[in-house]
Design a protein around this ligand. Sequence first.
Ligand SMILES: N[C@@H](CCC(=O)N[C@@H](CS)C(=O)NCC(=O)O)C(=O)O
Length: 206
Amino acid sequence: MKLYTFDAAPNARRVTLFMQYKGIEIETTQIAMMELEQLGDDYKKINPECTVPALVLDDGTVLTEVVGICAYLEALYPDKPLMGSSALEKALVISWDHKLFVGIMAATGGILRNTSKGFVNRGLPGPIDVPQIPELAERGRLQIPQILAKLNEHLSSNQWLAGDNFSLADIDLLASIDFMAWVKQSVPDECVHLKSWHERAAAIFA
Ligand SMILES: N[C@@H](CCC(=O)N[C@@H](CS)C(=O)NCC(=O)O)C(=O)O
């Protein structure tokens, strides 16, 4: 099994934190995204989607989605579960993972990719040129405060996103909030429950 990643990339960080929490060590190669190595022919042969992270299994299967990589690792390393124990917890973790990917990760990525000079013609990750559409950045700026307010309300009566136990959902949110800073978005001061959750979650990896 081999992991291709780039430590600074927000989606890659979700897997890094997942592995760190569980104490998993896997042979890892860094892909130099600043030099666009992910778009080069060598990496394209490994992951034709040209994204990180990618986990290549011993039988040659390539997992390219964070949630799939984490589900696979959770099955191999069940100690310190991060994807829920009960049926309900499992469902809640996956639901939050999806909600956060769309509502913060993709929204933040949309702001970055549709406004930054470094992403001209790279409006979406992957091998196909996609022009920048500045309105999508505007949409992202509208989306993010809405989900932050909902998260704040949810965390007013829950210690962790999926209930009593720290999970992948919390890792997703941690990586998402840190990614927001790349586009000058932050948790508003009035989101006191979200802010104290952030302190609790960050302390786990301190
Ligand atoms: N489908 C992946 C998304 C992976 C992704 O978008 N990764 C970004 C880094 S955070 C990437 O590889 N971008 C390539 C690029 O910008 O060219 C997932 O489920 O997490």
